[in-house]
Design a protein around this ligand. Structure first.
Ligand SMILES: NC(=O)c1ccc[n+]([C@@H]2O[C@H](COP(=O)([O-])OP(=O)(O)OC[C@H]3O[C@@H](n4cnc5c(N)ncnc54)[C@H](OP(=O)(O)O)[C@@H]3O)[C@@H](O)[C@H]2O)c1
Length: 224
């Protein structure tokens, strides 16, 4: 992904959208946080710029806030960072604005919490596959499911791990470049979008590990 490409974030006011946008803005990408409410998006962008400036990343950081549809219209790369139960609504709202060949990255984990977390398909498919169904003009990938949002938001946190990326091979390479732009994360080719459901289920497993050890673990593939 070229440095001047605009990264948009649906649900960019939540912890994951804020955290990914912060890290990638610090890495030099212009970001546009989306929200159902433009004012909330602008406030999140102001806060992001302040955090980046406080961390000494000042000059290069470009962050703005817009209503979701406007953010989608501006995005060369569109991160989907809304809860699974708002996914269809959010995508239907923005679909007419998403340009042909926009690279879409779904980080949505469709999970149910009944005693412990477990993956539940949305409308019979993974969240990423639902994105592909509702945004047929876009290039949909799945990634960043297992990254900790609080650690992304804390520029001093020890963020570490692999980011498994599903989609077609060319699109995966672009997403991997973004993952690699965040210090100590490593993007990994992880098959077609068919695998995205496995990735979401893996998040449920990681939550079970986190719960037992009372910490936020990362994921690492060995022998790569
Ligand atoms: N938190 C994590 O550590 C983490 C890590 C990896 C992946 N994920 C996945 O990433 C996604 C975002 O996680 P999050 O923790 O940032 O979620 P969140 O705080 O629950 O939601 C993110 C944003 O989505 C918007 N939203 C909420 N309900 C919506 C609805 N019904 N329709 C449309 N928009 C809605 C809200 O923004 P506005 O009110 O401003 O519109 C909210 O700030 C989730 O699918 C989650 O499974 C999370």
């Amino acid at each position: 992904v070229a440095a001047r490409e605009v990264l948009g974030f649906l649900g960019g006011t939540g912890p994951l959208g804020r955290g990914l946008a912060l890290r990638l803005a610090v890495a030099g990408h212009p970001v546009v946080l989306g929200s159902r409410d433009a004012e909330r998006a602008r406030a999140a962008a102001t806060s992001l710029r302040a955090t980046a400036t406080g961390a000494g990343a000042a000059a290069a950081v470009e962050a703005e806030g817009e209503e979701n549809r406007a953010a989608a219209a501006r995005a060369d790369v569109l991160f989907v960072c809304v809860p699974a139960d708002g996914l269809r609504y959010a995508l239907e709202q923005v679909a007419p604005a998403v340009r042909d060949d926009t690279l879409v990255i779904s980080a949505v984990n469709a999970l149910a919490f009944d005693g412990e977390a477990r993956a539940v398909p949305v409308e019979g498919v993974s969240s990423a596959q639902l994105c592909a169904r509702l945004l047929p003009q876009a290039r949909v990938t799945a990634a960043f499911h297992t990254v900790s949002a609080p650690k992304l938001e804390d520029l001093d946190a020890q963020l570490e791990g692999d980011v498994a990326v599903c989609g077609n091979a060319d699109d995966r390479s672009r997403v991997i470049a973004l993952a690699d732009a965040i210090p100590r994360l490593r993007g990994v080719h992880a098959g077609s979008l068919t695998q995205a459901g496995t990735l979401e289920a893996l998040t449920a497993l990681i939550i079970a590990v986190n719960r037992h050890y009372k910490r936020s673990v990362g994921m690492r593939f060995t022998n790569l």
